[in-house]
Design a binder for this molecule. Structure first.
Ligand code: IMP
Length: 428
């Protein structure tokens, strides 16, 4: 089972760590292939809590080689802050590999992210403000900086000059901000070059060799399917391919290497930032899900928008990603509800629509059609076998599975690492 991809199947924060933990010691490499420090996962090991935004979670597992591959945008200051914080707590970070082709987020990307959002006013996307969009825009515009540029000062300077040439006009004349100096950026970036050098390499070559040697490589997607720049709710998306195909382009391994695609779904739905969300709740049920599920952003602390499970979205994700297995997280959060609605289709301007509409305007008008399932009151957190779940919880999972386009192979029933019910081995 060489390459396995884990992706979020909704709008992010589905709890991918649960699936990563399940695979745990059987993994040789963990690769972050998209996004940057807009992600956020809290990992609890023993009595220590770690909040990671940029580093792949594999950095905390002994024996695993963590990789940041070419599809990622790296804020080097954040990279070193996270590495130093982990080193201070005794974590060995020496195995980290960083692609020479990954792009760099600089101060001007962060500034532009914030000013453009402010400029958009009510139409803003609600980005994390970490410079993700502007750094990817520069990559596509062919004025980006790559990690390898840090090792050639002349090239670096030329590229920063070219990038700032346009941006300073924009910053000064449109956004009324001060111009950013080339020297300031170049000196800041060069100050990290020698510390970074030993970690940097041709990670595509290294990963292909690892796969040739029969190693197990886990590709951990940042963000989620509905935030993917091609397949998500554009323009309310992140700027990278957070779907399974992104693992191939974002790391340089052939798509045929990927044998398993694990989609993570919450037993309900959440979203941070703006954009359509058909099953969103604005009443006390939404508040219940937010407080019971502790739905606040790891990166920005923002309260998450909450809503019921949306089966057309799960089917869409199953299709776009080629999901082989779903892991459903946070089933325990639904405990105590008398009935649990699940969106089975949409009403779009009076017409019943079974799948996510391709037209963004239709999706904005989509009103969920719900089917209601009876709830349960028993505490689920100690349960480890599917048959031991309350009958109504079993029925909920089986009904949702039948609508979601792939089998549900594991179910999260509590915050602890081991609070999971496994129905099918994810590596089988
Ligand atoms: P950006 O990635 O900072 O450009 O933000 C674009 C959109 O993606 C915003 O709606 C963010 O809230 C959302 N987003 C980015 N990263 C995450 C994540 O890790 N979880 C959930 N939402 C995210």
């Amino acid at each position: 089972m060489p390459a396995i991809v884990i992706i979020g199947a909704q709008w992010g924060d589905e709890g991918k760590g649960k699936a990563t933990d399940l695979l745990g010691s059987r993994i040789d490499y963990v690769v972050k292939f998209n996004g940057g420090n807009n992600a956020g996962h809290t990992v609890v090991i023993g009595n220590q809590k770690y909040a990671l935004h940029l580093l792949p979670s594999g950095i905390l597992t002994d024996g695993v080689i963590p990789v940041i591959s070419n599809g990622v945008v790296i804020d080097i200051e954040v990279l070193f802050d996270e590495l130093e914080a982990l080193t201070a707590r005794g974590v060995d970070v020496s195995k980290l590999r960083v692609s020479a082709n990954a792009h760099i987020i600089t101060q001007y990307h962060r500034t532009l992210d914030k000013v453009t959002e402010r400029f958009l006013g009510k139409k803003q996307i609600g980005t994390t403000g970490r410079g993700i969009g502007p750094a990817y825009a520069d990559k596509i515009n062919r004025v980006g900086l790559r990690i390898q540029d840090l090792f050639d000062e002349n090239i670096l300077r030329q590229k920063v000059e070219a990038a700032l040439d346009q941006k300073n006009h924009l910053l000064v004349k449109v956004y009324n901000r001060r111009a950013i100096m080339v020297d300031e950026i170049v000196e800041n970036l060069l100050s990290y070059a020698e510390r970074l050098r030993p970690m940097v390499g041709d990670t595509a070559l290294e990963l292909n060799r690892a796969l040739d040697d029969g190693k197990i490589v886990l590709f951990e997607g940042g963000q989620a399917t509905m935030l993917d720049v091609d397949h998500g709710t554009y323009p309310f998306v992140t700027s990278s391919n957070s779907t399974a195909g992104g693992a191939s382009t974002g790391s340089g391994i052939g798509p045929g290497r990927i044998e398993r695609v694990i989609g993570i779904v919450k037993a309900y739905t959440t979203r941070v930032g703006a954009g359509p969300f058909p099953t969103e709740l604005f009443d006390e049920s939404g508040e219940f899900l937010r407080s019971a599920g502790f739905e606040f952003g790891t990166t920005t602390g923002r309260p998450r928008r909450t809503g019921w499970y949306d089966a057309p979205i799960a089917r869409y994700s199953a299709r776009i990603n080629g999901v082989t297995d779903f892991v459903m997280t946070k089933l325990d959060v639904l405990t105590g509800l008398a009935t649990i609605p699940v969106c089975v289709a949409y009403d779009v301007d009076g017409v019943r629509v079974e799948e996510v509409p391709v037209s963004q305007s239709d999706f904005h008008h989509a009103v969920p059609i719900y089917e209601e399932f009876p709830g349960w009151t028993d505490d689920l957190t100690g349960i480890r076998r599917f048959e031991d779940l309350p009958v109504n919880a079993q029925s909920y999972v089986l009904a949702v599975e039948a609508m979601s386009g792939s089998r549900i192979s594991a179910i999260g029933v509590g915050p602890g690492r081991d609070a999971i019910i496994v129905r099918h081995d994810l590596l089988d």
